[in-house]
Design a protein around this ligand. Structure first.
Ligand code: GDP
Length: 295
């Protein structure tokens, strides 16, 4: 397992055992460890560089407080900077005329369908919204059925399955049904692929143009580390995302993907998937992920 950064920085500063302002030398030694820790936590290299230079600027010359060791002081600066760069979480935006379309996008296996049902259940129980879910996945025959089963489990309505329709036609039917039957929110679960491809992006963009979603949420698996960043960059450039749902936070991923995705796309991480159960969804709290990245 990883040796926590906290321990490693403590070791460096134990050797110094002196007080006064943090010198450039002290800070540089500590930042070498910070750099390694961030890379081990799967943070993308350009983000690591930016982070290290920000911390250096803040730390050099700071007086070490009497109550803490220099190591603790640097850790606090690193932690605070991480929290700032991770940004605040944000609520799902429902600020539009009903039915509010929410588009769910991401790779196959990222947890997209599960997250669609988790968010629908949350909107239903916490915000008392009437939610309709529709699967636009016509490639995997089981996908529409999977969403229907999740709908039955959660008591959230799903759009009746009509074989032979393409994703745009299903999406339009979902919005129309939402309008006619008085739904507040229509969640559109798009098809994933094993990897980014042009056909997938074109399909998702066509659904976006036909439905004008208020939220386009990228579902990304925290365990996929740096790949998640590539996926987020692609979806953001080609489709335009409004936020990120990071899944499998219950696993042992270090969470570096969160920092990279936030920095590179500039889009907020809105929710965390924390398990397979249908209520295993939590708001994003930057300090929790910062603690995890630091180890
Ligand atoms: P999709 O292909 O992107 O729609 O992925 P699914 O929603 O079908 O999820 C794939 C698998 O990941 C399923 O077995 C889910 O139960 C599981 N899964 C989804 N989200 C999480 C999560 O946050 N934590 C864990 N441990 N498993 C998850």
């Amino acid at each position: 397992m990883f040796e926590g950064l906290t321990g490693r920085l403590g070791d460096i500063f134990d050797k110094l055992r002196r007080r006064g302002a943090l010198s450039e030398e002290d800070v540089s030694a500590a930042l070498r460890e910070v750099r390694v820790a961030l890379l081990e936590a799967d943070v993308a290299l350009p983000v690591v560089k930016q982070f290290v230079s920000q911390v250096k600027e803040r730390a050099v010359g700071q007086e070490v407080l009497k109550s803490v060791t220099p190591g603790q002081q640097v850790i606090k600066i690193v932690h605070d900077n991480l929290v700032e760069m991770l940004g605040e979480g944000a609520d799902i935006n429902l600020n539009a005329a009903a039915p509010v379309p929410i588009l769910m996008v991401g790779l196959q296996g990222s947890g997209k369908t599960t997250s669609t049902a988790k968010i629908a259940l949350r909107l239903k129980t916490k915000e008392r919204k009437k939610v309709l879910m529709a699967s636009l996945d016509v490639r995997r025959p089981a996908a529409q059925e999977q969403l229907k089963v999740l709908g039955e489990q959660t008591g959230v309505a799903t759009l009746p399955i009509v074989p032979g329709q393409d994703p745009v036609a299903i999406a339009k039917r979902a919005i129309e049904t939402g309008r006619l039957e008085g739904y507040d929110v229509v969640m559109l679960d798009t098809a994933g692929r094993l990897a980014i491809d042009e056909e997938l992006m074109a399909e998702v963009a066509a659904v976006r143009d036909a439905t004008k979603p208020v939220e386009t949420l990228l579902v990304a698996d925290a365990m996929t580390g740096q790949d998640a960043v590539t996926v987020a960059t692609n979806f953001n450039d080609k489709v335009g995302i409004t936020g990120i749902v990071l899944t499998r936070i219950d696993g042992d991923a270090r969470g570096g993907a969160a920092l990279s995705m936030r920095q590179i796309t500039g889009k907020p991480i809105k929710l965390l998937g924390v398990g397979e159960k249908i209520d295993a969804l939590e708001p994003f709290h930057p300090d929790r992920i910062a603690g995890r990245i630091l180890g």
